[in-house]
Design a protein around this ligand. Structure first.
Ligand SMILES: NC(=O)c1ccc[n+]([C@@H]2O[C@H](COP(=O)([O-])OP(=O)(O)OC[C@H]3O[C@@H](n4cnc5c(N)ncnc54)[C@H](OP(=O)(O)O)[C@@H]3O)[C@@H](O)[C@H]2O)c1
Length: 305
């Protein structure tokens, strides 16, 4: 993408990717399969190996990724990680990006940080888009994530060929609005997860076969993506992380801080956040969010199996 106006395509756009974990690895893989030349960075190099095997080039810092890329996408963990990989004056991507270059942060992070990055990018003649996603590890694998983009609308639309390989693009407004959308998504998801595990525990105590119960409700009004993504993992006692408890606690913490800034009370969010914090207190922050069932089981001295 030599000029900011050129359309994005595998033949004229060099793409960089930072963070090849659960989500990043699948999302980046779709771009490689679509024919894009990818330069990748991951703190733990072994997690980038599958992408290197597919033809990606390894860079040794986010700065090095950016100096070889027109568009740099990031999918790291926490806001402090986003700040470090994008804004660090020595090793960060923005310092290595040429004017006209674009940063696309897909991490779930703070709206105010998205605004700060966009303003720092603009002062270098670059662009920055916040584009967090929803749909879980399976959505990333299947390329059907919901993408919530904030920032300059024409830049977001120019990026749509890249987003189309990862899922469905939704333009939400100015910088930070993608993150606000994702946070509202997490508020919805949080109480939904509490409802899912409470219903399962109730069904068990009532003597129902919980698998039949889940199948029965899945096509009714209580059916949900959370049920589809997590219901059967819970039944199989598969608590491996598709979506880490630590990351959900991070998201819900950002939501609560924003609620405080806005002066609004969301008691369901606060309850869900506390229940997930209790998983962390049990040393289960590295498990997937479906392990919320463990909190309910401990509370009631019951087990689904
Ligand atoms: N998993 C989901 O279902 C899901 C869905 C939607 C959104 N999200 C959000 O997407 C983000 C990524 O989630 P994930 O599940 O892919 O997490 P993950 O597996 O932990 O991946 C994060 C990646 O970023 C790298 N990283 C983190 N901090 C870094 C830093 N300071 N410098 C360099 N690299 C760094 C990690 O490197 P290492 O390999 O060295 O740890 C890792 O490869 C999170 O914000 C999460 O909330 C997750």
């Amino acid at each position: 993408m030599a000029a900011a106006s050129e359309p994005i395509s595998p033949s004229n756009t060099r793409v960089g990717w930072i963070g090849t974990g659960v989500m990043g690895q699948s999302m980046c893989g779709h771009l490689i399969r679509a024919g894009y030349k990818l330069t990748v960075f991951n703190r733990t190099v072994s997690k980038a190996q599958p992408l290197l095997d597919m033809g990606a080039q390894l860079a040794h810092s986010p700065h090095a990724v950016a100096s070889q890329s027109d568009v740099v996408l990031s999918m790291v963990g926490f806001p402090s990680d986003v700040r470090s990989v994008l804004l660090d004056p020595k090793s960060g991507s923005l310092a290595g990006l040429r004017p006209g270059g674009v940063l696309v942060d897909m991490t779930t992070s703070e709206p105010s940080l998205a605004v700060e990055i966009a303003s720092a990018a603009a002062s270098k003649g670059c662009y920055s888009i916040d584009a967090p996603v929803s749909g879980g590890d399976l959505g990333a694998k299947n390329g059907n994530l919901a993408i919530f983009a904030g920032g300059d609308e024409s830049v977001v639309h120019r990026l749509s060929p890249l987003f189309s390989h990862m899922g469905k693009l939704n333009y939400m407004g100015s910088s930070g609005k993608g993150q606000f959308t994702k946070l509202a998504n997490q508020i919805t998801l949080a109480s939904n997860m509490v409802g899912l595990v409470e219903g399962m525990l109730y069904a068990h105590k009532a003597g129902l076969d919980v698998e039949s119960y889940l199948n029965a409700i899945s096509t009714g009004a209580a059916g949900s993506k959370s049920l589809d993504l997590f219901g059967h993992r819970i039944l199989k006692r598969d608590f491996a992380a598709g979506f880490y408890v630590d990351h959900f606690v991070k998201d819900l913490g950002i939501c609560l801080k924003e609620c405080q800034n806005m002066g609004i009370a969301l008691p369901g969010l606060a309850l869900a956040q506390q229940l997930h914090v209790s998983l962390k207190a049990h040393g289960e922050g590295n498990l997937g969010t479906q392990s919320l069932i463990l909190v309910l089981e401990r509370l009631n001295n019951l087990s689904l199996h």
